[in-house]
Design a protein around this ligand. Structure first.
Ligand code: ZN
Length: 276
């Protein structure tokens, strides 16, 4: 079984995370498979729009912090940033190298994909799952979708790709971080994070209908429009804000490492769920 599936539907590339037994928890094998799939979609001139989906009942429960295929100790052929491999390093040196590459770096790389991307979200979209939805240009969610960034329970001030204030506004960013609570697709729509909310059985139809309409627009014009909005988003401080907060994120990891059993404050998927 492949961890990421790639299909085309006319001018639409459909990239599907495929670890449904683990609610599409993202290990590095999945991250690099996603990167290959995005690269294929960008390179194929017949593809105009990219849809990112999750197989099964959930979009993504976040980063893999406890499945049997967790692969944080493995080396991969690095793509996102020119930095040394994290394997064989210690402490912050290890964590900074790894998270710059597979989390912040990869998400930034995918945000810059020159073709429109649409996340099709059902069920859980948690922490690292939010990062994947946020790097997409549009988000179509089903009514049963729920979102959260609960990493403050580990003492960490938000996930590595710190887009919160730009995705949901500063007020709700604080509420979602301070409480770690789940919020509904409807609430996500109200704060401007989600483009459409549709009944669960209509999710695919709604996502593909939107993708097909966009696919009729001129390809280069779409790329320029996307870049225009992304550049303005960065002028609104997103890129520099994210760089600043990445330092705070790693301060929290280092603090956890110095005062608890590990950089995640001894938490895993089970204890995170129990704390919710
Ligand atoms: Zn981290």
């Amino acid at each position: 079984m492949t961890v990421v599936e790639y299909q085309t539907r006319g001018p639409i590339a459909v990239i599907t995370m495929n670890r449904p037994e683990y609610r599409n928890a993202q290990n590095s094998a999945m991250t690099y498979a996603l990167d290959r799939a995005f690269y294929q979609a960008v390179s194929d001139d017949a593809v105009s729009v990219i849809v990112l989906a999750g197989a099964g009942d959930h979009f993504s429960a976040g980063h893999d912090i406890g499945t049997p295929e967790r692969d944080v100790d493995q080396s991969f052929d690095r793509k996102a940033v020119l930095w040394w491999d994290h394997v064989g390093k210690e402490g912050a040196d290890l964590r900074y190298a790894r998270e710059m590459e597979v989390y912040l770096g990869m998400c930034r790389r995918w945000r810059e994909i020159p073709k429109p991307t649409i996340a099709m979200v059902q069920g859980a979209c948690i922490a690292g799952g939010l990062m994947l939805a946020w790097i997409c240009d549009l988000i179509v969610a089903s009514e049963d979708a729920f979102f959260s960034d609960p990493v403050l329970r580990m003492g960490i001030p938000g996930v590595e790709y710190f887009a919160h204030p730009w995705m949901v506004g500063p007020r709700f960013a604080k509420e979602m971080l301070f409480t770690g609570d789940r919020f509904t697709a409807q609430r996500a729509y109200e704060v401007g994070m989600v483009s459409r909310v549709v009944p669960r059985p209509s999710l695919q139809d709604a996502g593909f209908e939107l993708a097909e309409r966009i696919a009729k627009m001129p390809r280069f014009g779409l790329a320029l429009a996307k870049r225009a909005v992304n550049l303005c988003e960065d002028q609104m401080g997103m890129r520099s804000g994210m760089d600043t907060v990445f330092g705070l994120h790693h301060l929290a990891h280092a603090h956890n490492d110095a005062t608890t059993t590990d950089s995640l404050a001894g938490m895993d998927a089970r204890s995170m769920k129990a704390a919710s």
